[in-house]
Every structure is written in C-alpha cells, then in structure tokens.
Unconditional design. Structure first.
Length: 274
C-alpha cells in the first residue's frame, strides 16, 4: 500500500512502488578488486539481488510532478505498478504536468511510454542533458554491448513521443520552484538527484546513487555493472552520502524502500528509516 504523503517545503511527497528488480549477484562489483568483491558477496549472503523499484509523486499548488516514471508494461508483470498506485490515489494520467527523470534507464523512464503514445499526454519531461546527448549518440551506441543499449532506444522514443515537451537540465540550476538539480554522474553520465528544499529538512531523491542501501552505504566502493562509469559512480556515491549526512537531508531514490537519514558509521555510512 502507498504510504501517506510527507511534506517537504512546498511539496507533498508520496513514494510510489513500481516493482522489484531481480538480478544475479554476478552484477555486483567492487572498486578494490576481486577479493573485496567476494567479501561483499559474503556480506550480502543471498543467491540473488532483489531491488525495489520506486518513483515519486509530488504535489504543490501548481499541480502534480513525478520524479521518474516507473517501468510501465515493458518489463512484464513484476513492474509497472506505479500506474495502479497513481490510479488508486485518484490521479488521471493527464493530470501529471511535469516529470523529472533522474536518468534514462528503463525502470525510471519506460513508464513514460504507452506503446507508441505518451502515457502522460500533457506532461513536460525534464531530462539530464548529458543523458540525452550520450544516449542520442550513434557512435556511443555502436560501442555499447547489445544488452546495455536500453537507454539509446529510450532517448529516441522519448524525443519522438514527447516532441517539443522534452527539456534538458544541467548544472546546479533550480529546475522547478523549490527543487534543485544535484549532479550524480557515474551510474549514467547525466544522472541527476532532485533536492526538494525544506527550511528544516530537505529531501534528496537520488536516482540510482545506491541500489543496495545497506551494503553500498557501509561500503560505497560496491557498485553494480549497470554503472556506466564505475569509478565516477563510486566518487558520486561517497560524496553524496557525505553531503547528505552533513546537511541532515532525508534521502530516497529509485531503489530505496522509504525515507532515510544518512549517518556516518566507521569508514562508511548507514541509512536509517526516518
Ligand atoms: Zn534504477
């Protein structure tokens, strides 16, 4: 069930559950090499990774905003439940006016599409500039393995179906009232966190800065093969955990189960329910 909205600044924020992503543990990586990777796998202790998939509904006086759009119907029945969650809240798809995409991967962006039509017929879609340009680059596509080309198809479909309503975001700009972009490169080149500013306690929606909240908070050198640039992803992960703990932000993201605080623990960090 969808939890009640929580207020941050001018927005009421609701977490929408889209599904569960399952992957073999072979996708786990470690920046320090194989021995450290084996230790991380021991710590995980399960035969597969089960990763929740989330997106977010924000409501303010100007209307409704989504942060990420879920998976839609493209990846089968285990995904796409954010649509039903929106419907259960009494929200029609044409009421969504603005959609902020953290990065152009399927579990965050395929929900924008309804076959050959836009699923959200009235929405403007704000997308990281660096993702749009990378995933629209034919030379980059050609050098990317087949099984990692999803973002390229998404960029093409997005431009076609939302023609004239796609806006690129970059830098540290305020992209909507009360929402700042926070660059988190590495998982993709343009990955963007969206910081919902609040005088007391802001909320950072960090996309895929972490996929495995316990493991990667305790050791930010742990990554997944889905990180396009693993070394940069590690740096972004460490930096953002540090910054969130220092600023006292709450965090959530595409693969985090709720709202979390970030604290330091040993050499790493710990997320706690908030
Ligand atoms: Zn993801």
């Amino acid at each position: 069930m969808t939890q009640p909205a929580r207020r941050f600044g001018r927005y009421d924020v609701t977490i929408l559950h889209d599904g569960v992503f399952e992957a073999p543990i072979e996708v786990l990586t470690h920046a320090a090499g194989e021995a450290a990777r084996q230790a991380a796998l021991m710590q995980w202790g399960q035969p597969t990774l089960r990763i929740p998939v989330k997106c977010f509904l924000l409501r303010d006086a100007d209307g409704l905003v989504l942060v990420d759009a879920g998976t839609g119907t493209s990846w089968g029945d285990a995904y796409g439940h954010a649509r039903a969650a929106l419907a259960a809240l009494g929200i029609a798809r044409d009421e969504i006016g603005r959609i902020l995409i953290t990065h152009l991967h399927g579990d965050h962006a395929l929900g924008l599409f309804d076959g050959d039509r836009p699923y959200f017929p009235k929405a403007r879609v704000l997308v990281p500039q660096a993702d749009l340009s990378f995933f629209s680059d034919e030379a980059k596509r050609a050098e990317t393995p087949d099984n990692r080309r999803g973002g390229f198809a998404i960029a093409a479909t997005l431009q076609r179906l939302y023609d004239g309503r796609v806006e690129a975001v970059s830098g540290l700009q305020e992209i909507l009232p009360g929402i700042d972009r926070v660059p988190l490169p590495g998982h993709t080149h343009g990955q963007s966190g969206y910081l919902v500013r609040d005088a007391a306690r802001s909320l950072l929606l960090w996309g895929d800065a972490l996929h495995l909240e316990t493991l990667q908070a305790s050791d930010p050198d742990i990554g997944l093969v889905y990180d396009l640039d693993g070394a940069t992803a590690v740096r972004s992960r460490r930096d953002i955990l540090n910054r969130a703990s220092r600023e006292g932000w709450l965090v959530s993201g595409g693969h985090i189960e709720g709202f979390r605080t970030v604290g330091r623990r040993g050499d790493g960090f710990m997320l706690s329910a908030a």
